[in-house]
Design a protein around this ligand. Structure first.
Ligand code: AMP
Length: 212
């Protein structure tokens, strides 16, 4: 499961190509799924294939914490405990980062609550745009715990991992209904090899716009 795989070349043309009749570089995509589902790995592969930036809010916060910024100091304890940083702070972080994006993007780790999803809609409406798709990566819970503990990050102790999963179920899972109702949701079986998951994602993206 943890093998280093190259993204498959089929399904979509390489960066700079088109997908579902549109330039791949304009796609605005959210990766949704529990912690440990492999979103970070997939985000990198997909972003490279499509030619769009992968934006991980967890990574942005970790960078802030490492740099010792005011924001970093404020969020460090929350991150170590497995809780969520407040929606207002996250809105600032995401708004600032998206302002640097000309076209498409792949968001990994945002939104994590319904108010965050509403904020994202609002930010995009201001740019006269909307999301193209939401990829939901599904993995059984015990596999998530196993994978996350194997990853060995500082906030990857078992009690913290379980806390993050609880927060996911309570705060983030409602987004499945939110995006499902907007017909943006694509379910991906994340309990497969890295390459198989990537190719399911590319297949899902190939159908964008076909259902509306
Ligand atoms: P991740 O790298 O996505 O697992 O994020 C690591 C930690 O950063 C999470 O456990 C949260 O404490 C915090 N975090 C990242 N993204 C968000 C978000 N969208 N809302 C609230 N907290 C977040």
């Amino acid at each position: 499961m943890a093998e280093a795989a190259e993204p498959p070349s089929g399904g979509v043309e390489a960066a700079g190509g088109r997908i579902a009749g549109r330039p791949a570089s304009s796609l605005k995509i959210v990766l949704l799924g529990p912690p440990g589902a492999g979103k970070g790995t997939q985000a990198e592969f997909l972003a490279r294939t499509l030619g769009i930036p992968a934006i991980s809010t967890g990574e942005l916060l970790r960078e802030g914490a490492k740099a010792g910024s005011e924001l970093g100091r404020r969020v460090a304890a929350i991150m170590t405990s497995g809780g969520l940083v407040d929606d207002a702070t996250m809105a600032e972080v995401v708004r600032e980062r998206l302002a640097q994006c000309g076209g498409g993007f792949l968001l990994d780790g945002y939104p994590r609550t319904v108010p965050q999803a509403e904020t994202l809609d609002w930010i995009l409406a201001g740019k006269d745009a909307g999301l193209d798709g939401v990829l939901l990566v599904e993995v059984p819970e015990e596999e998530l715990v196993r994978r996350t503990l194997a990853r060995g990050r500082e906030d990857d102790r078992e009690d913290v991992v379980r806390a993050r999963l609880r927060v996911y179920r309570e705060k983030t899972e409602p987004l499945i209904g939110y995006y499902g109702a907007r017909r943006l949701l694509h379910r991906i079986d994340g309990d497969r090899s890295v390459a198989e998951v990537t190719s399911q994602m590319l297949d899902a993206l190939g159908t964008l716009g076909l259902r509306s």
